[in-house]
Ligand binder design. Structure first.
Ligand code: ADP
Ligand code: MG
Length: 274
């Protein structure tokens, strides 16, 4: 479904005594159901502000955002919007609310008034899908950052939302933890979830179907990872790196290697060099 998520002149201004801060200028976009969109942008470009508009944690200063046709700024839509959108944030510690893993995963469901037997089933399935079933009786405080993040994801999976928004979920994880989270995200996308994935790791953004590049509260690029990341010069000018294979291909071209223009992955580079 097209226009599953739609922003129309979405603007957000933080008001404070020291003056107003325009965090989102007038943003427009449309996302189809089942799409996997990555968002990259320098610090302060408005990514987290945008993330919080998907589930009405923030409301537009002007303009609108529609989630599955629901205007987030209409108060009577609030619960239906929240039922549609799960959020996973950067700091796993601030997301854990219960003293035992399974209670933490169940937390959101208990607030929906689902019967206990159904809750247990959903929690078990969710823990299984993030490979954390063995830790169900554990105290979250005993888990690694990556495991905590998987518990947070299990909580969202258990809610069965159609959309999941991730705001730099891997920023505090080691490379192994990062890989595991990205694998989960790909799996959720394959199951039909609509994914919004904010990251500053370009290799992660390259796994999406579409990349938004944000700067100064605007989306300055909206294209496929291949188009975005193979324009190495432009990305450098904007202050971003690109995936290693794209960077290496660019350097080899400068040394007069004859390579195709739009190499994005290590496999493609290896194939071209063969
Ligand atoms: P990003 O996630 O891309 O780093 P944010 O959305 O967090 O960007 O912030 C966008 C801009 O809004 C920044 O200039 C930031 O300083 C400002 N900002 C964010 N949160 C607040 C707030 N609660 N009050 C005032 N300004 C804020
Ligand atoms: Mg942020």
């Amino acid at each position: 479904m097209k226009n599953f998520i739609r922003a129309e002149n979405l603007r957000h201004v933080y008001k404070s005594s020291s003056g107003d801060k325009v965090a989102l200028a007038e943003i427009n976009f449309s996302i189809s159901q089942g799409e996997f969109v990555a968002i990259i942008g320098t610090n302060g470009s408005g990514k987290s502000t945008l993330a919080k508009h998907f589930n009405a944690l923030l409301l537009p200063t002007s303009g609108k955002i529609f989630i599955d046709g629901l205007d987030t700024s209409d108060e009577k839509n609030l619960w239906r919007v929240r039922e549609n959108v799960g959020m996973v944030f950067q700091n796993p510690d601030s997301e854990i609310v219960a003293a035992i893993v399974e209670d933490d995963v169940a937390f959101g469901l208990e607030n929906l008034g689902i019967e206990p037997q159904k809750i247990r089933e959903r929690v078990d399935l969710a823990l299984d899908s993030v490979n954390m079933s063995d830790y169900k009786k554990f105290a979250p405080s005993k888990l690694s950052g990556g495991q905590k993040q998987r518990i947070a994801i299990a909580g969202v999976i258990a809610m069965r939302t159609k959309i999941i928004v991730f705001d730099e979920p891997t920023a505090m994880l080691d490379p192994q933890g990062r890989r595991e989270i990205l694998e989960m995200v790909k799996k959720l996308h394959a199951q039909g979830k609509t994914i919004i994935y904010i990251t500053h790791f370009m290799e992660e953004a390259a796994a999406a179907q579409r990349v938004f590049v944000m700067e100064g509260g605007r989306i300055i690029k909206d294209d496929t990872p291949r188009e975005v990341f193979t324009d190495v010069k432009e990305m450098r000018r904007l202050g971003f790196g690109v995936p290693v294979a794209a960077e290496l291909a660019e350097r080899l071209r400068r040394k007069n290697f004859k390579l195709p223009q739009k190499i994005l992955t290590a496999d493609e580079l290896a194939e071209a060099l063969k």
